[in-house]
Design a protein around this ligand. Structure first.
Ligand code: GDP
Ligand code: FO1
Length: 306
């Protein structure tokens, strides 16, 4: 069964990893949010792309949820001692990724090609693509101020109250080479349990990507379990936007895009209020086995819907 998964960082990478355990390389393409990308120390950083690639390469730092495993911090320590910014931590191994990616970008290579080359070097067999080769930047709208994504998320620790989001450059951006082709030839699209506001919406803001998804059977997994986010500011964002955080709010968010929905066993009571086919299962991916089990349950569900 050919699948395209749309993914952000932490939640997206976990399900993408599960899907990679149960699908052959030619049957899975993971399209990753690049709205979080920014420059620090003159280097191009693509956090979600790196989280997904490192996770599938078994190089991810499990403790932080971002960055490279077995990390050391010598370069950053020296730079900070000289007055460099310290709020965004770049480990030594991770810096190697950013250095080489920035070098290639400066030589005119597109992000999608660089990602393909890096995945080959990391022996990642499934296809990982950035949503676009053109810049799309998530801007967080807060009272009286618009804030760039990493400034909001990492520097300000998600403290400002959000009133909305927009995605600079999305109207001009096109899906990266291979993205629309992968969606067109897939049997289904999986929206990973990523943050809908700042991980999935930037992907869907790329017009030709969204219209390709609209033509497909599309299934989402709820990133909200029992009214709470597993990690990160998602529940806080919903509340600040005047919406009660719940799995139902996720369905509402994706409106007419979904043909099926996966929610946690804990939220069993909500299923009678869902107007589309749904399954409940254990969606908390706190082990490698549980990532694969959730992916397998989704495949069964999607086969039933096709
Ligand atoms: P980010 O870009 O690093 O913020 O990562 P994502 O947007 O991909 O994922 C963040 C979302 O993943 C949060 O809203 C979490 O609630 C959700 N999440 C993280 N781990 C899990 C999990 O094991 N199961 C489910 N259902 N959601 C998860
Ligand atoms: N998140 C943090 O909360 N603090 C950091 O210092 C930090 C560094 C970092 C370095 C590389 C990378 O790829 C990601 C990093 N993140 C850090 C993750 C952060 O960028 C966000 O979790 C994502 O953008 C949200 O998807």
């Amino acid at each position: 069964m050919k699948i395209v998964a749309l993914a952000g960082g932490v939640g997206g990478a976990k399900l993408a990893h599960g899907l990679a355990q149960v699908l052959n390389p030619e049957d899975l393409t993971i399209v990753v949010n690049t709205g979080d990308d920014f420059e620090q120390y003159g280097l191009y950083i693509s956090p979600d792309l790196d989280t997904v690639c490192y996770t599938l390469a078994d190089l991810a730092n499990q403790e932080t949820g971002w960055g490279h495993k077995n990390e050391s911090w010598l370069v950053m320590e020296h730079a900070v001692r000289l007055g460099g910014p310290d709020w965004f931590k770049l480990g030594d191994k991770d810096l190697g990724t950013h250095l080489e990616r920035t070098r290639r970008l400066n030589n005119g290579q597109p992000l999608s090609k660089i990602t393909r080359d890096f995945c080959k070097a990391w022996k990642v067999q499934h296809t990982i693509l950035p949503m676009s080769d053109q810049p799309v930047r998530t801007i967080v709208e807060t009272v009286g101020k618009e804030i760039s994504f990493q400034e909001y998320f990492v520097h300000l620790k998600c403290e400002p109250k959000v009133i909305g989001f927009h995605f600079e450059g999305a109207e001009r951006a096109e899906a990266a080479p291979g993205v629309v082709e992968a969606i067109d030839s897939a049997e289904a699209v999986v929206i990973c349990p990523s943050n809908p506001w700042v991980s999935i919406d930037p992907i869907l803001a790329v017009a030709n990507l969204r219209s390709a998804v609209e033509a497909k059977l599309t299934i989402a997994v709820s990133p909200i379990i029992g009214g709470k986010a597993v990690k990160g500011p998602l529940a806080k964002m919903f509340t600040e936007l005047g919406i009660q955080p719940s799995a139902l709010a996720i369905i509402e968010h994706y409106q007419n895009l979904l043909n099926g929905f996966v929610l946690d066993n804990i939220d069993q009571d909500l299923t009678k209020m869902i107007g589309i086919p749904s399954i409940t299962t254990d969606t908390l991916m706190d082990s490698l086995t549980k990532r694969a089990q959730l992916a397998q349950a989704m495949l069964h569900f999607m086969r039933r819907l096709l």
